[in-house]
Write a protein that binds this ligand. Structure first.
Ligand code: AMP
Ligand code: ZN
Length: 458
């Protein structure tokens, strides 16, 4: 069966047909590396990872490209506020380059903990300034962009299909629109492609351009990098739902005006993870990271399992109770697998029709708009069923785990024992009480067992 995906463009579930047979160009908006990625961000990256793994399981050759936003993303997704990297630099008394490097490394470390495969191409905006400038020049030549006091803006009225992607959320669009008046814009709906340093005199990351010293806008970065690595036609573009109205609508406007044709065929958007009905956000200052989970003794795979129990188009209300439940369930599943491995029948056993049917049900669920909750239901059936032989069970679980990647076959050595989890909890208490001697003693104890803890503030 071919994959079916919900396309935000058109808002229906449609069969996925790649542009080039058997190949998929997949672009994901990567993190803005001015702070840790929170577990909401990671939920989106987990789904993108499962999408890529499902497509690969179908035999398609996937080229997964992810950018790193290390300049140009202002505090508001529209053109207001300061560059987030400058905000991070001021917060930590570092240079924006140091901040970007630190949080990019932290991001991929967290991805590793969550079994998110590193994309085939990871590209930083700061390393693609010439490509960005070329794209802006093309937009100026086409008359859809204009220069104003060293800034370059895209003229939204030149792209009548601007609201096509965000069609069903126009009210929200109005609410998020135009947070501040920019006298340099011909229309307040226009957005910046290039910022001059006259507007941001303190900017540290800056480059020469035909319009003077400055730095690129966030939206043009994605158009430039996606087209460099995937060409002018892209199969699937991913991101969180917050990007539909501004960032992705802007990306489409620039790219389609530049290339003169449809740019992306399928838009894949993930709903939010919320904590106590509030959306997780970095600007609010309070957020959970993968390190926060590990510090509390959780196996990151339990979080991945929690995420996969929800559908990517539904919001997930995060709670510690829910994480506790899946962590326990994961431990039970692993114990069941260990016992199945011990009682495994000799190789060469013929598998039953039940085995084939279960395999089909699991992958059919994923192929139906990446329905991970149904796939997980099948997974639990396989764990619990008395009708399967142990080798059938193991064979199915190995196939499922290729996509779920929840560490089902991890050895005990890679997981925390309950004593180790208790030690981590005790250390958290010691740190909260500012009992540094005790906290260091426990840290050294864990280090001797090969477990290193991050003390970075989350
Ligand atoms: P950022 O680093 O803020 O650009 O966001 C990285 C990715 O996470 C983007 O695809 C966002 O759309 C997505 N995202 C942001 N907040 C959340 C959230 N609370 N839940 C799920 N995804 C999110
Ligand atoms: Zn983007």
């Amino acid at each position: 069966m071919a994959m079916e995906l919900f396309n935000t463009l058109g808002r229906t579930v449609v069969p996925f047909i790649p542009i080039v047979e058997n190949h998929v160009g997949l672009y994901a908006c990567g993190p803005t590396v001015y702070h840790y990625a929170h577990i909401g961000n990671m939920r989106t990256y987990i789904f993108e990872d499962v999408l890529a793994k499902t497509l690969r399981h179908q035999g398609l050759v996937v080229k997964h490209v992810m950018n790193i936003t290390d300049v140009g993303h202002l505090q508001s997704d529209a053109d207001a506020g300061h560059d987030k990297l400058m905000v991070g630099a001021a917060r930590e008394n570092k240079t924006p380059w140091q901040v970007a490097q630190f949080y990019e490394e932290a991001f991929f470390r967290h991805c590793g903990l969550l079994n998110i495969t590193r994309p085939d191409v990871v590209c930083r905006a700061t390393q693609h300034i010439p490509e960005i400038i070329t794209l802006i020049e093309r937009l100026l030549e086409k008359g859809v962009a204009y220069e104003s006091a060293g800034n370059v803006y895209f003229s939204v009225e030149k792209f009548p299909a601007y609201h096509e992607l965000g069609q069903l959320v126009l009210d929200e669009q109005r609410a998020t629109e135009r947070v501040s008046h920019d006298p340099l814009k011909r229309s307040q709906a226009d957005f910046a492609l290039w910022f001059s340093t006259s507007k941001f005199p303190g900017q540290i990351m800056k480059w020469e351009s035909p319009w003077g010293l400055g730095f690129p806008g966030w939206h043009i970065e994605c158009s430039a990098m996606a087209s460099k690595y995937l060409g002018e036609r892209v199969d699937i573009h991913c991101g969180g739902i917050d990007h539909i109205n501004v960032h992705h609508s802007n990306e489409i406007a620039q790219s389609e005006c530049c290339f003169g044709h449809r740019w992306v065929n399928y838009w894949f958007h993930c709903e939010f993870l919320n904590v106590e009905a509030e959306k997780m956000s970095k600007s609010s200052g309070e957020f959970l990271t993968v390190d926060s989970l590990v510090d509390r003794g959780y196996d990151p795979c339990a979080f991945r399992l929690l995420v996969l129990g929800s559908h990517y188009r539904s919001a997930l209300a995060f709670s510690w109770e829910a994480l506790d439940d899946v962590a326990t369930a994961l431990q039970k599943a692993r114990r069941r697998i260990s016992s199945a491995l011990e009682n495994n029948s000799p190789p060469g056993e013929a598998f039953s029709a039940l085995h084939a049917a279960s395999y089909r049900r699991f992958f059919a669920a994923l192929e139906k708009d990446l329905h991970t909750p149904s796939a997980m239901a099948e997974f639990w059936w396989v764990i619990k069923s008395n009708e399967l032989t142990e080798s059938e069970r193991i064979d199915l679980l190995r196939s499922f785990n290729a996509v779920l990647d929840i560490g089902l076959f991890d050895t005990q050595a890679t997981r925390l024992t309950s004593e180790q989890s208790d030690l981590i909890a005790a250390r958290n208490v010691a740190r909260n009480e500012r009992n540094w001697a005790e906290s260091d003693r426990i840290r050294d104890l864990l280090l001797a067992q090969g477990i290193s803890l991050s003390d970075l503030k989350a």
